[in-house]
Write a protein that binds this ligand. Structure first.
Ligand code: UT7
Length: 317
């Protein structure tokens, strides 16, 4: 038994915050943000929206594209670093909002690599025959957990959600998944739960950007080699790279590592900023809908984030 992607969907909030807008209230410039990150703008959720709302819209969109109804879904896995509640899961809200049966629903906490983790878990459940159709959704409201007075982080993040419907198949879609964690580097990218950690100073995202950047390029480079080797493939076999969208310079480094021209890399960081667990399924959905990623293409998904965690998936779409 294999798993394959049956449908994709996404949701981006209407409101857009440009770099020029940011110049109005923090000490930054469009030029700095563009050259250091590639970001030009990010989407910001409406005050009335929850993370589960964003996820639900993306899931509906993905179910529609797969031609499936709520009664056909066996499991929902939500990857998020910005859950609406400390408990229960955002997945329980999404399950209810989508009108699904009393199926398994849970969250995965793996920051920006959350979608790769969710996809890997879903793939295992399908391979073992425990479930036939699983929705994996990455969703974030990062604009709610950044300190808008901290220019080193607030310019980087955006809100959004992306989803895939994964289904059982005779032919392989998800060829392999690879996940890693280095907990010794936990302190270079995190957002404390200040209700639990009494000594933590603020709940906002804290990042040693330069250090995270260095680890990301090294670990993602290793991960690309590991993924290709596991499938007995070479760089030339990959049709599309869909990377986590944190920084265009990290994305370019991975394209170079794969000897890929940038027109074979799906880039959304300019228009969306870093949407953490949502970035890969958002980029995949855009590339599927605009016709770049076609059935049969070999697609490499890779991500890196706080933990530190990093993960990849090689997919025959
Ligand atoms: O998604 C999870 C994984 N996350 C990542 O992969 C992010 C990895 N890190 C990065 O993308 C980059 O490190 C950043 C974009 C966060 C920062 O870029 P950088 O080239 O590493 O800049 P830096 O942190 O070394 O800061 C350079 C300078 C500093 O000034 P000094 O100390 O050199 O005078 C900062 O104060 O840029 C200054 N700076 C800013 N200036 C204008 C920092 N933020 C800003 C800003 N506008 N928004």
């Amino acid at each position: 038994m294999h798993s394959t992607i049956l449908g994709t969907g996404s949701y981006l909030p209407e409101k857009i915050l440009t770099n020029k807008d940011l110049e109005q209230f923090i000490d930054t410039t469009d030029e700095w943000i563009t050259t250091r990150t590639g970001i030009k703008q990010r989407h910001v959720a409406a005050d009335t929206d929850t993370t589960a709302d964003l996820a639900t819209r993306a899931c509906r969109n993905a179910m529609e594209s797969a031609g499936l109804t709520p009664d056909q879904i066996d499991m929902v896995i939500v990857a998020t670093a910005t859950s609406d509640d400390a408990f229960p899961s955002t997945a329980s809200r999404v399950q209810h909002a989508l009108g699904l049966r009393n199926i398994v629903a849970f969250d995965v906490s793996a920051a920006c690599a959350g979608f790769n983790h969710g996809l890997s878990i879903a793939d295992q459940y399908i391979k073992t025959g425990f479930a036939k159709i699983i929705i994996v959704v990455g969703c974030e409201m990062l604009t709610r957990v950044v300190d808008w007075a901290d220019r080193s982080t607030c310019v980087l993040f955006g809100d959004g959600a992306g989803a895939v419907v994964l289904g059982a198949s005779d032919t392989p879609g998800v060829l392999s998944t690879h996940l890693h964690c280095d907990g010794s580097q936990h302190g270079i990218l995190y957002a404390p739960n200040t209700l639990v950690q009494k000594n933590a100073d603020s709940p906002f995202v804290k990042m040693e950007g330069r250090e995270v950047f260095r680890h990301a390029v090294t670990r993602l480079g290793e991960l690309v080699d590991e993924t290709l080797a596991a499938n007995n493939l070479t760089k030339n076999d990959i049709d599309w790279l869909i990377p986590h969208q944190a920084n265009i310079r990290i994305i370019q480094a991975m394209a170079k590592k794969l000897d890929m021209s940038m027109d074979k890399v799906i880039v959304t960081v300019d228009a969306q900023g870093n949407t953490s667990a949502a970035s890969i399924p958002l980029a995949l959905d855009i590339a599927v809908r605009d016709g770049r990623v076609k059935r049969g293409d070999l697609v490499l998904l890779e991500s890196f984030g706080g933990g530190l965690v990093w993960g990849s998936a090689l997919i025959r779409y």
